[in-house]
Design a protein around this ligand. Structure first.
Ligand code: ZN
Ligand code: ZN
Length: 351
């Protein structure tokens, strides 16, 4: 966890969404660069923290994994910062944030970048241990294959964009609770290019991008944990005249009926009959990669013991973790009258 967002907003981990919002509003007003108490770095920091904690979904991801798939940590400010978390219908917060899209905020325009997208992939337990490849079909906005992203018909000439007079930028005046901001925004007609094609590409209507189905190969590495994310740079949504976003695959690992994972080790629960626990026995173990092993279990000294079978666990480079057999004594639910007599004799032996 690179930054503690809870600490930045000075709220408890158990704080309600309402409290998180209140804390952010207080700090945002305090640190807004237009204020006497302003501090641009601090303001960005609290905004980043709020963009995660203020969004229930992202907060959950942050709590579980210490990161989010499209949150502030990824692109950081200035690179694909996601403002969606701010659209909470709160006019003050909205105003504050509008204020730093443009000139009022150091004038830094963020680079054009397509949206990050996320997908889920289900894999089996075995696939998670040994790695696998998955083909997925995804419908997303990508570069138009007809015009190769130019938005123009093949033989079309380009002409100056009339919306921005070829500047690629338009000036806007915005009002906020801190005063009026002059902002420079990219021209939406020409996507900042300053030129538009005389004849637009028919497939994408001049947009240069369109929703298309694409088959993507995902290499899922060996040893991946349930809930882990794979980032595929540049495979997110495309944008005209800019960089494509990233694709994040959240991997869900199905439970296995025998094995559970514990770091590099695989754990198997082995309930033993009372007599096997007392006398020891041989246990037939089939490893996750289908190897048959005969494991010698010596008489147990306690009701619970862990037996380590070296290797055969999760691959870690050239070595592998172990299989841990968790032995427990399984007491009989019923005794025949003969068995009861024998237990009586055991009792006479001090057992
Ligand atoms: Zn096109
Ligand atoms: Zn334009």
């Amino acid at each position: 966890m690179s930054k503690d967002y809870y600490q930045i907003l000075d709220v408890d981990k158990s704080a309600s969404q309402e409290d998180v919002k209140k804390a952010f509003r207080k700090l945002a007003q305090k640190y807004h660069p237009d204020r006497k108490t302003g501090d641009e770095a601090k303001f960005k920091e609290v905004s980043e923290a709020y963009s995660v904690l203020g969004n229930e979904q992202k907060r959950k991801e942050y709590d579980s994994y210490g990161r989010t798939f499209a949150g502030g940590q990824q692109g950081g400010f200035g690179g694909g910062f996601d403002f969606s978390g701010f659209q909470q219908g709160d006019i003050n917060i909205d105003d504050i944030l509008r204020g730093f899209g443009g000139a009022g905020f150091g004038g830094g325009q963020r680079p054009r970048r397509g949206r990050d997208i996320s997908m889920d992939a289900e894999i089996t337990f075995k696939e998670s241990i040994f790695g696998t490849e998955k083909k997925i079909l995804i419908a997303k906005v990508s570069k138009c294959s007809e015009c190769d992203g130019s938005g123009a018909e093949k033989d079309s000439e380009m002409e100056t964009c009339t919306a921005c007079n070829g500047q690629g930028k338009v000036h806007e005046t915005r009002n906020s609770i801190f005063g009026t901001f002059q902002t420079v925004a990219e021209c939406s007609t020409c996507a900042g290019v300053g030129k538009v094609p005389k004849k637009k590409c028919k497939a994408c209507a001049g947009a240069g991008v369109r929703k298309q189905e694409e088959e993507i190969n995902i290499a899922i590495p060996a040893g991946i944990n349930d809930g882990e994310m794979i980032r595929m740079g540049g495979l997110g949504e495309a944008i005209k005249n800019g960089q494509a976003g990233d694709l994040y695959i959240k991997v869900h690992v199905a439970a296995h009926e025998t094995f559970k994972r514990s770091g590099a080790n695989l754990v198997v629960e082995v309930p033993l009959k009372l007599t096997d626990a007392l006398q020891g026995t041989l246990y037939n173990l089939t490893t996750l990669d289908e190897k048959k092993l005969e494991v010698k279990i010596t008489p147990m000294k306690k009701t619970e013991e862990v037996l380590r079978v070296k290797g055969h666990g999760v691959p870690q480079g050239s070595v592998r973790g172990d299989i841990l057999l968790r032995l427990t004594v399984s007491l009989p639910q019923k005794l025949t009258s003969e068995a009861k007599k024998l237990v009586g004799q055991l009792k006479e032996h001090g057992l």
